[in-house]
Design a protein around this ligand. Structure first.
Ligand code: ADP
Ligand code: MG
Length: 159
């Protein structure tokens, strides 16, 4: 696990760009943090780094957006989801079990028990002063340990 601090939206976008340079197809990335933390901004920058040209917005009402970049990117937002059963209804597990492309999930912490066993977790927390954010990267399970280590080195080099 490692944490970095950003002091502006641009710095958070840059961090997401570094993630975009390292991430591989088949990765599930869970984004935690309160409303306005910067989850969607993170996904926007990540998606653009992965070649997505159109608009990237939070799928708050439709629950999932798909973007075409160098691979498909499935963008979930579970904010409005009320019950676990709805995840089944929207076909959530078909995307997260053995994922093709890249899956990013905002508000994954609402249903932690429904997340895949192996995942990358990015937690964004506001710091006391307005535009600051503490961003923590963790990997759950074996599969993404190497990714997280590599990302940690890349981030420390660029800071
Ligand atoms: P969420 O999806 O977590 O609800 P958004 O990404 O939609 O949050 O919004 C984050 C807001 O916070 C944006 O308006 C962004 O400009 C602002 N912001 C200010 N400082 C930062 C920062 N350091 N990192 C990310 N966003 C920031
Ligand atoms: Mg959002």
């Amino acid at each position: 696990m490692f944490t970095c601090t950003t002091n502006s939206p641009e710095e958070t976008a840059h961090l997401a760009e570094l993630v975009g340079q390292k991430i591989r197809e088949g990765t599930v990335l869970c984004l935690e943090g309160d409303l306005g933390a910067g989850k969607t901004l993170f996904v926007q920058s990540l998606a653009h780094t992965l070649g997505v040209e159109g608009e990237v917005t939070s799928p708050t009402f439709n629950l999932m957006n798909v973007y075409e970049g160098i691979c498909p990117i499935y963008h979930f937002d579970l904010y409005r989801l009320e019950t676990e059963e709805e995840l089944e209804d929207i076909g959530f597990y078909e995307y997260t079990e053995d994922p093709e492309g890249i899956v990013v999930i905002e508000w994954s912490d609402k249903f932690p028990q429904c997340m895949p066993e192996e995942r990358v977790v990015v937690r964004i927390e506001k710091s006391d002063d307005g535009d600051g954010r503490h961003i923590t990267f963790a990997s759950v399970g074996e599969r993404y340990q190497e990714f997280k280590r590599g990302l940690g080195s890349l981030v420390s080099l660029s800071h």
